[in-house]
Design a protein around this ligand. Structure first.
Ligand code: C2E
Ligand code: C2E
Length: 175
């Protein structure tokens, strides 16, 4: 049944896909890359200073930030790209058939789209930014864990080099 399927695969707050669904998609895509020798990419995205948004304006505003951001991102990515909420303020986007250079183009556009979002925080306009880590995988050696780990490392670098930016990394061969 469609409703059950939706509940099992999406995050109730934002309607983005959930972590479990994302992992399944990524595993499938990895197999496809291996079979057809193609490159795909993962973007790991995290809202900058989200804790301070929650602390300053309250969790209702925090929730609106998450909801509005997902709406905007969904409009900026392709139908075949998968946006998922991994937990808290962390999201991932799977870009099938997209190499590192193209994934970076998409990420830069997403950064820009998020900067343009304005939330009503109790009568005051609130803007926010995100940091993005990008990792390309080609299926030869990579595992789901290796892909996510390298995207995570790239995200860490994006955070620690000033936020509101994208950093890319090749995922590490497992062999
Ligand atoms: P879609 O492929 O699902 O893409 C949805 C939206 O993601 C696009 O809305 C656009 O805002 C963004 N987007 C996706 N890929 C790119 C890209 O390579 N560059 C940029 N700058 N933005 C991108 P948009 O533009 O309103 O397009 C709506 C739909 O029209 C697309 O849905 C796609 O099905 C089709 N489309 C538009 N332009 C092209 C094109 O140049 N080639 C192809 N094959 N389809 C296109
Ligand atoms: P661009 O916007 O500079 O994007 C360059 C390349 O980045 C695209 O090459 C694609 O490989 C990758 N890319 C950009 N955005 C996305 C995205 O949201 N998802 C994924 N998976 N990949 C993305 P491509 O496909 O050959 O497109 C060439 C140019 O055609 C794009 O240059 C853009 O100007 C236009 N285009 C293609 N599709 C769309 C679309 O849906 N909407 C709009 N507005 N433009 C599109």
């Amino acid at each position: 049944n469609e409703e059950l399927e939706r509940l099992a695969t999406t995050d109730p707050l934002t309607s983005a896909f959930n972590r479990r669904y994302f992992m399944t998609k990524l595993q499938d895509e990895l197999k496809r890359s291996r079979r057809y020798d193609r490159s795909s990419s993962v973007l790991m995205l995290d809202i900058d200073h989200f804790k301070s948004i929650n602390d300053t304006y309250g969790h209702d505003v925090g929730d609106i930030v998450l909801i509005e951001m997902v709406k905007v991102l969904e409009n900026e990515i392709r139908e075949f790209d998968t946006l998922a909420r991994l937990g808290g303020e962390e999201f991932a986007i799977l870009l099938p058939e997209t190499n590192e250079t193209s994934a970076k183009v998409s990420a830069v556009r997403l950064l820009d789209a998020v900067r343009k979002i304005t939330i009503d925080a109790g009568g005051k306009p609130l803007n926010f930014t995100v940091s993005i880590g990008c990792s390309e995988f080609d299926g030869d050696y990579d595992t789901v864990e290796a892909v996510l780990k390298s995207a995570d490392l790239a995200l860490y670098e994006a955070k620690h080099s000033g936020r509101d930016r994208v950093v890319t990394k090749q995922s590490i061969p497992a062999a």
